[in-house]
Design a protein around this ligand. Sequence first.
Ligand code: PEP
Ligand code: MG
Length: 580
Amino acid sequence: MRVFTGIAASPGIVVGRLKVVDRQRVSVSEYSIRADAAAAEISRLKSAIATTRAGLESLKSDLEETTGSEHLFIIDTHLLILADERLIIETASIIESGLINAEGALNRTLQKYRSTFAAIEDAYLRERINDVETVIEKILRTMTGENHEVIVPEEALTVIAAHDLTPADILQMDRTHVVGLVTEVGGRTSHASILARAFQLPTVTGVEGITALSLDGAAVIVDGLNGSVTVNPDRETFLDSLQRKRRYEYIEFELLKLKDLPAQTLDGFLMQVKGNVEIPEEGASVLSHGGAGIGLYRTEMLFMNRREMPEEEEQFSAYAAMQQAVAPHPLTIRTLDAGGDKLLEGLQHLTEQNPALGMRAIRLSLSMPDEFKKQLRAILRVSARGAVRVMFPMISGLDELRRAKVLLEECKSELSAAGIPFDRELQVGIMIEIPSAVMMADLLAPEADFFSIGTNDLIQYTLAVDRSNEHLSEFFQPLHPAVLRSLRRVVDIAHAAGIDACICGEMAGDPLYIPILLGLGFDELSMASASIPRVKQILRRCTREQAVAIAATCATFSTAAEVESYLKGEITSHFAESFD
Ligand code: PEP
Ligand code: MG
């Protein structure tokens, strides 16, 4: 038995078998070609080698500029392998004699090298096959245009273990047999973890070294409640986990009974408790967990795993389906928030050193107004069907908000001219998730219909802590006084301007923070569906008056640790049952 500890990124406990996924492998299909197509296949091979070489050379010169030349010998080794004529000659001969496509032939060359290297006695030389594999896979990836292999597990009860999983990987994966995820990198608020929660896959991140050990096929318990991963559990641990699993599932089941009760405090304040959605299935799940609509629809998932952006019609259908799924409750559609850890295939050329500070969200949308307008028109058209609001992500100041609104007005005029209906009163909100927006909130409020605080990014940018970095989780502090002051400022400014203050970051779904968010005066909390029943339970057990006092006391502390220990004390004395 071996126990690893990481970060509890998606709740639940599962027992399964580990499948270690090597994200470097590329899938290759081999097929027959006609004799007269052989020359074209050989030239495809040559041009893929040339493209791969150009890519490596440009990487080398970038690295020379940024990190110096000291560690570039690996790239030089790869360039030497690429320059070896034998690679072309041997593969070309397989294409000609076997009449198969270039990828298939190159793959066969690789197999041949593998068996040659395996026979070498000297361990150091034998392991050089790794360099050959890396290079050939680079060429294959250039040819197939494939960035990553799609994960398709075939065994029942599979737990995927990978160094890293992107949101695109999780979306694309065949999840039929997948019961849990384990990764070496990533944080609780990275988008891959958010998606894991959307798919209700218990997940632990930050489990260092798990893919390097030969654990493929091993029995595993993933505990997404305490962040542990137990490989080859002994009987006692196994039985103990089963008991914890049953208890957790029983409590969740019991909580669901609250779903239809109002999220109303003992002194009569009705909080808007809504769901966050990423994928089409989640619309129904918001309602089945008792959400009063959708406070955040992350539309970017529709733009992933494809080369072309979705056209207006496709977007319209997706948004209309989501609207219908939650009707008559309101739907808040956030415009594209790509970039950062949510890269789009068509925009891979935007390789950035600092994606979180790069071409992301509203900046990206404003840089491609034609694409942006397709999305805005689709949202406007859906607004004719029921309660819909639009929300812009990562607004840093007035200029961006105004530019986005100009484009929205252009879309309205175009639709009007074409006689296409839309809600003329469509509410336009902005996400407050950059410290500059907090500082500018008083000037932004008169030009917005509501604020929605994205605490995942607000904490990341306020505290300069990468939300996806598993080594920094202790520094990602929602209760840091700087964060609490920002929240208070934004709520107060919103209310002074007569607009709603909402919160849709992960903080809104965490039971510990509910009393303080209620006390700060938030009107709406939007969260992963699964969190809704418990949040309702806590709200129904407090008074707003009591929460206001709690928030006021929190404001008197100078460190996150002090706030946290006070809050935990309050919680244990007032709401112990909600924190089982
Ligand atoms: C946030 O930043 O808190 C947020 C809700 O947006 P996302 O997690 O998609 O960046
Ligand atoms: Mg955000």
